[in-house]
Design a protein around this ligand. Sequence first.
Ligand SMILES: Cc1cc2nc3c(=O)[nH]c(=O)nc-3n(C[C@H](O)[C@H](O)[C@H](O)COP(=O)(O)OP(=O)(O)OC[C@H]3O[C@@H](n4cnc5c(N)ncnc54)[C@H](O)[C@@H]3O)c2cc1C
Length: 426
Amino acid sequence: MDAAGIALAATGVDIRAAGDGDEVAGVRPRRVALPESAEEIAAVMRACAAHDLAAVATGGRTKLHWGARPERCDVLVDLSRMNRVLEHTAGDLVVRAQAGVTLEALADTLAEAGQELALDVPVPGTTVGGLLATGIAGPRRFRYGTARDLLIGVTVVLADGTIARSGGKVVKNVAGYDLGKLFTGSYGTLGVIADATFRLHPLPAARAWVTATVERPVTRTERVMSAADILLTAVPAVTESPLEPSAVEIDWPDVDGPCTLAVLVEGAAATERAKALCELLGEPMGGTAEVTEEPPPWWNRLPSPDDDTLLELRIEVSSLPHMLPALREAAHASGARPAICGSLAAGTLHIGLRGLPNEIAGFVGLARDDAEGMYGGRVVVLAAPWEAARRLDPWGRVGALPLMRRVKERFDPGRRLSPGRFVGGI
Ligand SMILES: Cc1cc2nc3c(=O)[nH]c(=O)nc-3n(C[C@H](O)[C@H](O)[C@H](O)COP(=O)(O)OP(=O)(O)OC[C@H]3O[C@@H](n4cnc5c(N)ncnc54)[C@H](O)[C@@H]3O)c2cc1C
């Protein structure tokens, strides 16, 4: 065994040779470490530091292909054994869970006390650590905020093996940084998340959805009222009503076809409030609104399978009436076929994209010209097949890049944590 292997074995952490299925965006690590505590992660990080090994953390492995390819990856730090809910203080509506706990397991534990982490449970197997590291959020962000807003404390292990905690009982503070905010969406490039503490909510007594479909096409030029106009008249009417919706989502699987709006209402008298919303939506949506007790099949789902290109568009809600037709025009001009869904009320849409690599690159360029050039929004490529990915800048224009580089330099000066996976090659 080489010196690095001996050092890793000496940590006492379970280490195995990497095999099929351990690749990170096509890069195969040499070894997989299976720590069971923050202290064990720290021991692995110290061995990595001593032998200049690059480490990538992983949870449920559902999104290891998101983000750029790591420049190198020697050790995959697999958190699946860190799957314990450490503390649930139901009276204070607070839970602390290890990073490898799946959201399903967490939901089961919390449900016993009639509580929930008010984030939508995404694909099976998603872990607390992966959810924070990828930083995407589902429909209920409109009411409860994102994981970042519900996070009140986090324990992380830095590249040199330091265990740092912010929020709650402080083990070691990294002066001046809000670790939770920094690590959310950092794709494992700043440290390994060991556990997280979240604010909880009572499980709602009932849920109801209002769905309505706009048949007319979206266009910027037609003088008839377009679907974009209709949606954008309907949405403020819904969000500003006293009926308190928790989410307002759209599903627009084909930009030349119909577009569906769905609104979630939770809590006391959910069905009655949904019926009132249905009336509110009745006229603008052409009388198609209906109340259901189950979500539509596309609810809380990304718009495309894993082998498609996936974009995230973030934009001011007030710019959506311009942006939706612009996306349709970008599709026509580029030849790419987008499927769009996401939160109208929060201004975050996900776009699944099919087409030839040059069509996809064309669409991304046009969408960025509009979103970034005209409306101050952002278009990020979350995932793309390799042929398309090599023609794309995944992150687009990032104003804070110099600051992000300084933060990376402070946390991981040796560039050993998921090197190259994030904005600007961080
Ligand atoms: C509301 C919502 C809806 C979603 N809907 C869908 C959907 O419909 N379809 C779909 O395919 N996906 C969906 N997702 C994305 C899905 O939740 C991802 O699977 C998840 O974010 C990644 O979790 P994971 O445990 O599998 O992480 P992994 O795939 O293991 O890792 C993902 C990234 O996080 C990093 N990472 C993982 N754990 C840690 C850690 N402990 N410390 C530091 N970095 C770490 C990894 O290095 C990697 O960069 C949705 C997400 C949300 C929040």
